[in-house]
Design a binder for this molecule. Structure first.
Ligand code: HDE
Length: 733
C-alpha cells in the first residue's frame, strides 16, 4: 500500500484459499479511477477479483464454454440496444437549439423507455436480501439415508445462496428484529435442488392457508404504511396473541436470534420435516440444519437500532466484505434423522407440525457436507434479485412430507415468480439455469431465450424420433416415494397441533440468563410500541402460559397486571443447544477498529494492523481526520475511518493506540463499545484515554498492555466468546 493509493494493493487470494487479504474490502471497481475524466477509448474494465457471474450454461443447461464475462457489456463505444454506435447521449434530438424534441429520436425513446421499466415487483416477503456464490462439498455421510447424488461421497456442487429479512421492503434496513431467510440453490448434476430455509427452526403457522394472514398482520399498517420492517406494532401482536400457534416462533424472534450479528453467524433450518430415501428404498424423516463455522452470534438491541440508521446495509456489506477479504464464510449441512413411522411422530413430537423442533440432545445433528461462499455476484439485479427458489426443486432421494405448511409452499413459489419475473421462462435466467440437461417440452412464452429445435414438442411422437424419452429411477428419474394416503376430506388439523406453548417454554428455559434478559426486554419493547391496551393484555395472557417470571417482568415494564396462566406451564427439559452463549468460536473476518492519531506509535499501529490481517480479521484505523497519519520517519498510516464517519457498531473490538487527543466522538465510540460488552484493548499508554472516556480499566474484557502484540493475543482469545457476557448486568433469574 502507498499513501497515494490507499487500500489498493488488491491482490486477492485464489478462490478456494482461505488466506487473509492485505487490503480493506469495499473498493467500488477493479481499477482506481483517474482524477481526470478518461478520454482514450478502451474495453470495459474486468470485474473485481472477488466477483463471479453465474456459470456459463445455456438456457437448457448445456455448458457453453463461453468466457465468464460473455454476458457483460462489450466494446469500447457507446451503442444503442441494437449495437449501433452513438455520437452523443447528453442532448435529445431537437428542432433547433431551443426547439421541441423530435419523436424521431430513437435513442432518447429507447433510453427512457428502458429506464421506465427497470423495476420489477419486489418479493412479497423476503424482499430485502443479499446473495453469494459458493460450493458445497459432501462428506458422503448421508449416503446411507439418501440416494441424492450431491450428498454421495466427496461430490462438489456449485451453489448460490440468498439471505434475507422477511418483512421489510427492498430498501429497508438489514438489522431490524425479524426472521432471516437462508435459501440455497444447489446446481446438481441431477437437476436443481433448493433448500429454502430460515434462521429459525419453527414457523408462525401450521397451515399455509394462514400465510397471507400472518404476513398482512406483520407488514406495515394498511392505512399509513408504517412501521417499516418490524413487528413492534398493533396488527402483528393482535394476530399472534389471538393465533397462539405462533408463540414458539415469536419467542425465537424476540430472542437474540432476531438480530444476527452477521449472515455468516446464523444457523439455518429447513424447518419442515423431509422424507429421504436411499438406494434400497428405505426412508427416513429428516430435518435439515446449517451450522455456521463461526458460531451463532447476535447484535445487542441498541446496536441493531443504531446500525439501522447509520449503516442500513450492514449485513449486506459484512458478507460481501468478508468474501472479498478471503474470509470465506462456511456452514456445515447437518441432518437429524428420525424413523419414518406411520404416525410421523418422534418421542411425542409431531414431525408434520412446523411449530415444533426435535431437540438436538434427543436426535443429534449429523454433518453431511460443507458449504463455502467464495464469490460475490457481479450484478445484484441479474443474480440476487432474479434468483427464484422453490421447494418443489427436488432431486431423487429427497421428498416433501405432508406438513400442511410445506404443501402450500409447493404451490406458492412457482406462482409468485410469474408476477415477479414476468412470465413462465424465469428458469432460463442465467442465475436460475440448471446445470443438468433440460428437455421439458415447454415452449414459447414471454422472454423465451432458448432456441428450441425439433418439430415435436409433445409425447408420444415419431417425428422427432420419440425424443424426449422418460427415464426410470435407475436412470436418475425422480420417482415420489409411494406413501399411503387416507382420511376424510375436511378442513381440520390433528389434535397434536393444539400444543402451542410447551416448546416455547423449552426454548425460554434453554437460554442463558443474559439471553432471557434480552428476550424480556424485546417483549417489553415490542408490546410497549403497541397502542391498544387490549392487545398488550392479550399478549401477556399468552406469555403467562409459557412462563410466570417472564410475564411478571414484561407486565412490570408495561405497567400492567401480570395475568395467571390459563394452561398449566409444561414440565419440559431445557435443550442447551438452543443457547448461543458459552463456547469459543473462530474470529475470521471480524473487524477490529484501532483509534490512533499523530501522537500514537505509528510503527506499532502498522505492525498491529498486519498481525490482525494475518490472523484473518480486518483492521480499520480510526483517526480524527481522513487521509494518512504521519509522524517522523515511519511509514504513513492510512486512515480508513474518521471519528465522524464511523460508529462503534462497525467493530467487534475497539483498540486504542497510545493516548489520542481528547475528542467527544472518541469517548462516545469507546463508551458505546463498552456498553455493548465488546472487548476493548489499549497499548502504548492507552490508560489515560480510556479512563478519560469513563472506561473502568480493570473491568472484565478491557485489555491494556504496553506491547500491542501481547494485547492482541488476549483480545483475540476474548473475541472468540463474541462478547464479554458477564459485563451485562443480568436481571432475569
Ligand atoms: Fe416463503 N415465500 N412462504 N417461507 N420464503 C417466499 O417466494 C411462502 C415459509 C422463505 O431469497 C416467496 O420467491 C408461503 C417458511 C425464504 O428468494 C413466496 C409460506 C420458510 C424466501 C413465499 C411460506 C420460508 C421465501 C416470496 C407458508 C422457511 C426467500 C418470493 C406456507 C422454511 C427466498 C418468492 C429468496 C420467499 C411463500 C413460509 C422461507 C411468496 C405461502 C416456513 C427464505 O412464494
Amino acid at each position: 500500500m502507498t499513501a497515494a493509493d490507499p487500500n489498493r494493493d488488491r491482490t486477492l487470494p485464489e478462490a478456494e484459499e482461505k488466506a487473509p487479504s492485505a487490503v480493506v474490502p469495499g473498493a467500488p471497481a477493479s481499477e482506481p479511477p483517474s482524477l481526470e475524466e478518461p478520454t482514450a477509448p478502451r474495453e470495459p474494465a474486468p470485474t473485481k477479483a472477488d466477483q463471479r457471474p453465474p456459470e456459463a450454461v445455456s438456457p437448457t443447461g448445456k455448458p457453453t464454454g463461453a468466457p465468464e464475462d460473455s454476458r457483460a457489456q462489450a466494446g469500447a463505444y457507446l451503442t444503442t440496444a441494437q449495437g449501433l454506435r452513438l455520437p452523443d447521449t447528453d442532448h435529445s434530438l431537437k428542432a433547433g437549439e431551443r426547439g421541441p424534441t423530435l419523436l424521431q429520436d430513437h435513442h432518447l425513446r429507447e433510453k427512457i423507455t428502458h429506464f421506465d421499466h427497470e423495476r420489477i415487483p419486489e418479493r412479497v416477503v423476503h424482499a430485502r436480501g443479499t446473495g453469494a456464490h459458493g460450493v458445497f462439498r459432501s462428506y458422503g455421510t448421508a449416503a446411507s439415508v439418501t440416494r441424492a447424488g450431491f450428498l454421495a461421497g466427496d461430490v462438489t456442487t456449485p451453489v448460490f445462496v440468498r439471505f434475507s429479512t422477511v418483512l421489510g421492503s427492498r430498501g429497508s434496513a438489514d438489522t431490524v428484529r425479524d426472521t432471516r431467510g437462508f435459501a440455497t440453490k444447489f446446481y446438481t448434476d441431477e437437476g436443481t435442488f433448493d433448500l429454502v430455509g430460515n434462521n429459525m427452526p419453527v414457523f408462525f403457522i401450521q397451515d399455509a392457508i394462514k400465510f397471507p394472514d400472518v404476513i398482512h398482520a406483520a407488514k406495515p399498517h394498511p392505512d399509513r404504511e408504517i412501521p417499516q420492517a418490524q413487528s413492534a406494532h398493533d396488527t402483528f401482536w393482535d394476530f399472534v396473541s389471538l393465533h397462539t400457534e405462533a408463540t414458539h416462533h415469536v419467542f425465537w424472534n424476540m430472542s437474540d436470534r432476531g438480530i444476527p450479528r452477521s449472515f455468516r453467524m446464523m444457523e439455518g433450518f429447513g424447518v419442515h420435516t423431509f422424507r429421504l430415501s436411499n438406494a434400497e428404498g428405505g426412508t427416513s424423516l429428516v430435518k435439515f440444519h446449517w451450522k455456521p463455522k463461526l458460531g451463532v452470534h447476535s447484535l445487542v438491541w441498541e446496536e441493531a437500532q443504531i446500525i439501522a440508521g447509520t449503516d442500513p446495509d450492514f449485513h449486506r456489506r459484512d458478507l460481501a466484505d468478508a468474501i472479498e477479504a478471503g474470509a470465506f464464510p462456511q456452514w456445515e449441512l447437518g441432518i437429524q434423522v428420525m424413523p419414518d413411522s406411520p404416525d410421523q411422530t418422534f418421542e411425542g413430537i409431531d414431525l408434520l407440525d412446523p411449530t415444533k423442533i426435535v431437540p438436538e440432545e434427543l436426535v443429534p445433528v449429523q454433518p453431511v457436507g460443507l458449504l463455502t461462499l467464495n464469490a460475490n455476484p457481479v450484478n445484484f439485479f441479474a443474480e440476487t434479485e432474479q434468483v427464484a427458489f422453490h421447494l418443489g426443486h427436488l432431486v431423487p432421494g429427497i421428498d416433501p412430507t405432508d406438513d400442511p405448511l410445506l404443501q402450500g409452499r409447493l404451490f406458492s413459489y412457482l406462482d409468485t415468480q410469474l408476477t415477479r419475473l414476468g412470465g413462465p421462462n424465469f428458469a432460463q435466467l442465467p442465475i436460475n439455469r440448471p446445470h443438468a440437461p433440460v428437455n421439458d417440452m415447454f415452449r414459447d412464452g414471454m422472454h423465451q431465450s432458448a432456441d428450441h429445435a425439433g418439430p415435436a414438442p409433445y409425447r408420444p411422437n415419431s417425428l422427432d424420433g420419440g425424443v424426449p424419452f422418460t427415464a426410470g429411477p435407475e436412470l436418475g428419474a425422480y420417482v415420489e416415494v409411494a406413501q399411503p394416503v387416507q382420511g376424510v376430506r375436511a378442513r381440520t388439523a390433528p389434535a397434536s397441533f393444539d400444543d402451542h406453548f410447551s416448546q416455547a417454554r423449552m426454548f425460554y428455559l434453554s437460554l442463558s440468563e443474559v439471553e432471557r434478559d434480552h428476550l424480556t426486554d424485546a417483549f417489553t419493547f415490542e408490546l410497549g410500541k403497541c397502542y391498544e391496551q387490549a392487545i398488550k393484555l392479550r399478549a401477556l395472557q399468552v406469555l403467562a402460559n409459557v412462563d410466570a417470571d417472564l410475564t411478571a417482568r414484561v407486565a412490570d415494564g408495561l405497567g400492567l397486571p401480570a395475568p395467571a396462566a390459563t394452561v398449566a406451564p409444561a414440565d419440559v427439559e431445557p435443550s442447551p443447544a438452543l443457547s448461543q452463549i458459552g463456547r469459543p468460536w473462530p474470529t475470521d473476518g471480524r473487524v477490529i477498529g484501532i483509534i490512533a492519531d499523530e501522537s500514537s506509535d505509528l510503527a506499532a499501529v502498522t505492525d498491529l494492523q498486519n498481525s490482525i490481517v494475518a490472523a484473518g480479521m480486518q483492521a480499520l484505523v480510526i483517526a480524527p481526520h481522513g487521509g494518512t497519519l504521519t509522524s517522523g520517519t515511519v511509514d504513513p498510516v492510512i486512515v480508513q475511518r474518521t471519528l465522524l464517519t464511523t460508529r462503534s457498531t462497525e467493530f467487534d473490538v475497539v483498540v486504542v493506540a497510545g493516548s489520542p487527543k481528547a475528542a467527544p466522538k472518541m469517548y462516545r465510540l469507546l463508551e458505546e463499545a463498552f456498553r455493548h460488552v465488546k472487548v476493548i484493548g489499549g497499548f502504548g499508554g492507552a490508560e489515560e484515554a480510556l479512563a478519560a472516556a469513563g472506561i473502568p480499566t480493570d473491568a472484565p474484557g478491557v485489555v491494556i498492555e504496553q506491547d500491542a502484540t501481547r494485547m492482541l493475543d488476549q483480545v483475540v482469545e476474548l473475541m472468540g466468546e463474541h462478547r464479554v457476557w458477564h459485563r451485562f448486568p443480568v436481571q432475569v433469574g
